[in-house]
Design a protein around this ligand. Sequence first.
Ligand code: AMP
Ligand code: MG
Length: 397
Amino acid sequence: MITVEQAQALCLELVQTAPSETVALADAQGRTLAAPLYARRDQPPFSASAMDGYAVRRVDAVQHAVLDVVAESAAGHGWDGTVQAGQAVRIFTGAPVPDGADCVVIQENVTAAGTQIKLSEPIGSNMNIRPQGADFKREFSLGSPRALTPPDLALIAAMNHPVVSLTRKPKVALISTGDELLMPGGDPAPDQIIASNVFALHAMLRDAGADPNILPIAPDTPDALDNVLQQAADWGADIIVTIGGASVGDHDLVAPALDRFGVTRSFHKIAMRPGKPLMAGSKGATAFLGLPGNPVSAVVCGHLFLLPMVRRALGQSDVLPRALTARLTAPLPRGGPRAHYMRAMFEEGAEKRTVTAFDKQDSSMLTVLADANCLLLRPIDDAAKNAGDPVTIYPII
Ligand code: AMP
Ligand code: MG
């Protein structure tokens, strides 16, 4: 069986960067810039006053000087004259500094009388002027790929772009499989359960910047699987995810269905716990990921394989889950022949980060998963660990 790292690399090979699309700036939060974006102007576009006060010539700005106030420059209403010797222009924050002036005396340091001002205080070293282009100059650029943050949106607006070119959200179809499943709110027979993990995956995908779509549940028949796979393809999915039916039991029909659909298998089964029956493949530009049905297995594999595929489709470079080191609060026995991703809780202490693995590690238990904030990795054949030993964790919320 291949390792998690090998499987991650193979999964990433199945994914192509999605094409770009033009999006209104107000809708761009969290999305990925598809190409470098250049400023269309300097910011500020003119030398601007940083304070309310008087624009003067630096040589005139001496304590006790008396200057004539000849005009006013306000934000959005500049004055196009030139400040001469012995003159001052009333100015406000953000207003253009008029020609001739190279210093703004703040109003607190001035006594005004009629059309004259007297500089009551010594002039400091601060000219109170934001030079043209001090924030950014024309042709300044934001590099790509870049996941846009709220401050980025303000910066792009100041660069005078109303729309941006973003990587299209990868379309991810989610297909639950199993005769026993029905959607939440239904009226389950005694031998039925609710399709649950698909809602975690849907939310994770949305947060990661994908466009997920929960398709109808496919019962365990070849026809039903063929139909829903076709639906996913017709919708234009970039990644088609099946959930369940991935092992080799009599009712595990996903691998043969993918074969019939023309998917070239990349791998099936990995040395991992939970998640051993994972499979992946591709057909043309469409990637396929077959997740195990157990709720925890599906979500763990979602973090380790599906989200990296989405990030790759978004053109991002740092796509694998973020690993941290934490110290165990309790000993752990020797690891097994498969890498174990234990559900655990980490805490950021003042001195160090600690982590506690939950006692229950059954891959069907959603209550344990819901309490976990990280996965604790036990590598293949990991030696027994003592309290205080460092381990690798992957935050999941
Ligand atoms: P399977 O991989 O189909 O053998 O499913 C393994 C276990 O996960 C079984 O107990 C299924 O009932 C359960 N299961 C499969 N799909 C889902 C799902 N979408 N939501 C919750 N449980 C599921
Ligand atoms: Mg099943």
